[in-house]
Design a binder for this molecule. Structure first.
Ligand SMILES: [Zn+2]
Length: 177
């Protein structure tokens, strides 16, 4: 149960911490995506430094993320490395009543709670990093030219093959009417 142990790192036991700043090192790699299935992210290698500032009635989480995502190039369909660095903040407000937060960076938590799990928050941050356009050129890398040629040849062949089939389908439709 290696995975279970891996995911434990995201349970932040804030209640037992003393007032002041505490630091944690978290790691996101392929194991993370065995649970958070994502078609766009093939792999990842991200180091996260979490600096937690505990106060009387709140905890301030500051995340510094550094690393890379392995995405798929839109042009040549080969893997590409996307390097990124991001700073994020999350405020945990400890309260005695249940409250909904309208701000995605503020969470209200009951004073009975001991642990806050940051896994989903991190997943959303990382997913937000995926750019709309993903190509080697945009990231100063080189596309696989052989793959591009292969894709071109294949799509041409497919177009040639598709036409007669469409014709046949049309004929069938006409007959049925
Ligand atoms: Zn490419």
């Amino acid at each position: 149960m290696e995975d279970l142990k891996y995911f434990k790192q995201f349970d932040i036991k804030f209640a037992t911490l003393g007032i002041g700043i505490h630091e944690f090192d978290l790691k996101i790699d392929k194991t993370f995506f065995t649970k958070h299935n994502n078609e766009e992210i093939k792999d990842a290698d991200i180091d996260i430094r979490l600096s937690l500032n505990k106060k009387e009635t709140m905890c301030l989480f500051q995340f510094s993320l550094k690393g890379k995502l392995i995405l798929v190039c839109d042009v040549c369909l080969e893997n590409l490395e996307y390097i990124f660095h991001s700073e994020e903040e999350l405020i945990l407000k400890i309260s005695n009543e249940k409250r909904q937060s309208e701000d995605e960076n503020i969470v209200y938590i009951h004073s009975n709670e001991q642990i806050y799990n940051v896994e989903q928050f991190l997943y959303e941050i990382i997913y937000a990093q995926v750019p709309m356009r993903k190509s080697h050129q945009d990231m100063n890398q080189t596309c696989n030219q052989e793959m591009i040629q292969w894709i071109e040849i294949n799509s041409k062949e497919q177009a040639q093959h598709t036409d007669p089939r469409w014709e046949t389908l049309k004929d069938i439709k006409l007959e049925n009417n």
